[in-house]
Design a protein around this ligand. Structure first.
Ligand code: ADP
Ligand code: MG
Length: 304
């Protein structure tokens, strides 16, 4: 189990993180969300042991994670960290990068393991390609495979699919997170993409102004967003009194009600339209099955 106990940290006097406290079981997937600059990457670096802690403790099982003051080489064998920068070797191939840290004494196993990982990150067609010739997204996939090569017990992922185009993203996410579950590898994912979280995370942490402001299952946090900031992570939303925060799909257009609005714009959104309407001299957003003409008077109902 990963235990982060009452960790506070700042690069200078200003605290970036305050009293951070949570734990992650073996095989569990924990997602961390927060605005850019909220300290997500810093938290992953602390877990990895890149900095010395002045306040708080971090443990994996019974072993305390210690910073560079105590360790000549940063990092532990049981933990791998895929940074936002990847750090690959550009002049060797994808399979060489992935196999680099696997034992040369068992060439057949090394080859098998490399192939298995290349499959997990869906890079079969590029196994023999030099890394410098790959796109950003492909490099990101190599970095994930390389991190998995030696079967870590815990994997830290910093915005792991941010460079990968939408055609590939969903299937790659499923493949990587399924692999982690099947192999009982704990995972901490920093992200700003709700799709990295909703279908996969067992727990979700929201960091805001240096602190954890929500810690629960994604379902609970989605259904009970405490702040507009949290709702905005998931979807278009409105603040409509007396209902509070309501997502655009919780506002329905009905034949008649006491809540009257005027349509300002409609945005095509694939399987629905996002209708922007003026209600009580403010904009509200409604998810609707069809387009609605600008200027039309509509009645709405909130169903939470
Ligand atoms: P996030 O990953 O959520 O975008 P970061 O952890 O990268 O946030 O950054 C949190 C804050 O710490 C930011 O204000 C950033 O400018 C600052 N910061 C990050 N790395 C360093 C560093 N090495 N030295 C000083 N300040 C840093
Ligand atoms: Mg970051």
């Amino acid at each position: 189990m990963l235990k982060v106990e009452n960790v506070s940290f700042g690069y200078s006097k200003t605290k970036i993180l305050k009293a951070i406290d949570f734990s992650v079981e073996a095989g569990e997937n924990l997602a961390i969300i927060g605005e850019s600059g909220s300290g997500k990457s810093t938290l992953l670096k602390l877990i990895y042991g890149e900095y010395d802690l002045k306040q708080g403790h971090i443990f994996w099982k019974d072993e305390e994670i210690l910073g560079p003051k105590h360790n000549l080489v940063v990092g532990y064998d049981f933990m791998k960290y895929v940074t936002q920068e990847f750090d690959l070797m550009p002049f060797i191939t994808v399979e060489e990068n992935i196999g680099k840290y696997l034992s040369r004494f068992y060439p057949e196993e090394k080859q098998k393991r490399t192939e298995e990982l290349i499959k997990v990150v869906e890079l079969e067609a590029f196994a023999k390609t030099k890394v410098k010739l790959l796109s950003g997204g492909q490099k990101q996939r190599v970095a994930i495979a390389r991190a998995l090569a030696k079967q870590p017990e815990i994997l830290l992922l910093d915005e792991p699919f941010s460079h990968i185009d939408n055609f590939k993203k969903q299937s790659l996410r499923r493949s990587v997170f399924k692999y982690l579950k099947e192999n009982n590898i704990a995972c901490v994912v920093a992200t700003h993409d709700k799709n990295d979280v909703l279908g996969f995370a067992d727990q979700l942490l929201v960091i805001h102004q240096s602190e954890i402001i929500a810690k629960d299952t994604p379902q609970h946090i989605y259904n009970h967003p405490k702040l507009p900031l949290i709702a905005s992570f998931f979807s278009e939303f409105n603040v409509i009194e007396p209902y509070g925060i309501v997502y655009a799909n919780q506002v329905k257009i009905v034949n008649q009600s006491d809540l009257k609005a005027v349509v300002k714009t409609s945005y095509f959104n694939g399987n629905s339209w996002l209708i922007e309407a003026e209600y009580n001299s403010e904009s509200i957003f409604i998810e609707h099955s069809s387009n609605v003409n600008i200027g039309k008077i509509i009645f709405i109902k909130v169903s939470k």
